[in-house]
Write a protein that binds this ligand. Structure first.
Ligand code: SF4
Length: 292
């Protein structure tokens, strides 16, 4: 058997997607311009290290408008977007508002709205509890089902007209499998693949690289849905997969013993955390080689 050359591949698509990067840059610029405090409606992203960094700069996540004391400061809508009703409510609240909704989430909202006014029922493939999906539901004119599995799609009723869309970060294979099932439940079915291009690129690269790796390290917040989904995708492709939040959690034995390591990260993972993991992986391997 030929021995594999030790190799560490870091995904080109690892880390902040353009929507998250834009939202973070926006709040940091607001804070730097003196508009304090800066409030975000919900955590800007699901990453503890970034949230702590933002809190140090007085950029604070709130759940309700009343938490913004005396209506001072500026309120930021995060990349996930919100419902049009909530947007109207905060516009009338009397605080300065900055909309950092990702243009690719806006695109999904617009597609839903376009078909909803033509009496289409909407089926969203995604996680009903996720902030982006809650926002998308607001564009459906109240006619919506959210499904996350084929089994849930099989239980759907019959529709005259249905528009199937996706949460922007869903796996494409899951989306099309569910969309094909929804088709069987409708006289007219519109399939709108609203998975964003950065997610498609990340999934494509992950599938290509994880298959030939001996160990995949997925870096990102334990509460980040897109990181967890990435790790799940890798589970089916590689024997050893570890989801770590920081370099401290690395499985040192696998780092040292695996010939090819593929390192990837979710859309909400900052570059400095990824770099920390890469540095530790290299250090552990160099140390092991030096001992030989
Ligand atoms: S995952 Fe895609 S849609 Fe969501 S914020 Fe990032 S770029 Fe925008």
């Amino acid at each position: 058997m030929t021995k594999k050359t030790p190799e560490i591949v870091v995904a080109k698509s690892a880390g902040f997607c353009p929507g998250v990067k834009h939202a973070i840059e926006k709040v940091i610029a607001l804070e730097a311009s003196g508009k304090k405090p800066v409030y975000t409606l919900g955590p800007l992203i699901h990453n503890r290290q970034v949230t702590q960094m933002l809190e140090r700069k007085q950029i604070v996540a709130i759940d309700t408008l009343t938490q913004a004391e005396n209506k001072k400061g500026v309120l930021v809508i995060r990349a996930h977007g919100i419902t049009p009703d909530f947007q109207r409510e905060i516009e009338n609240y009397g605080m300065e508002l900055v909309d950092a909704t990702c243009p690719l989430v806006k695109h999904a909202q617009n597609i839903i709205a376009k078909f909803a006014v033509q009496d289409y029922h909407t089926v969203i493939v995604g996680d009903a509890q996720h902030a982006e999906v809650i926002g998308l539901m607001g564009y459906t004119q109240g006619r919506v089902n959210v499904v996350s599995s084929l089994k849930e799609a099989q239980a759907l009723p019959h529709f005259d007209k249905v528009n199937v869309v996706s949460q922007t970060t869903q796996p494409e294979a899951v989306f099309y499998e569910i969309a094909e099932e929804v088709k069987k439940h409708a006289d007219q079915c519109q399939i709108s693949n609203t998975i964003c291009q950065p997610t498609k690129d990340r999934q494509k690269e992950t599938i290509e690289q994880a298959q030939s790796a001996d160990f995949v390290i997925v870096v990102g917040g334990k509460h980040s849905a897109n990181t967890a989904r990435l790790a799940q995708l890798c589970q089916g492709l590689c024997k050893h997969v570890q989801h770590v939040e920081t370099d401290e959690e690395l499985d040192e034995r696998l780092v040292v013993e695996s010939p090819k390591i593929f390192i990837t990260a979710g859309a909400s993972t900052p570059s400095w955390v990824i770099e920390g993991v890469v540095f530790r992986v290299k250090t552990l391997r160099d140390r092991a080689t030096a001992k030989l």
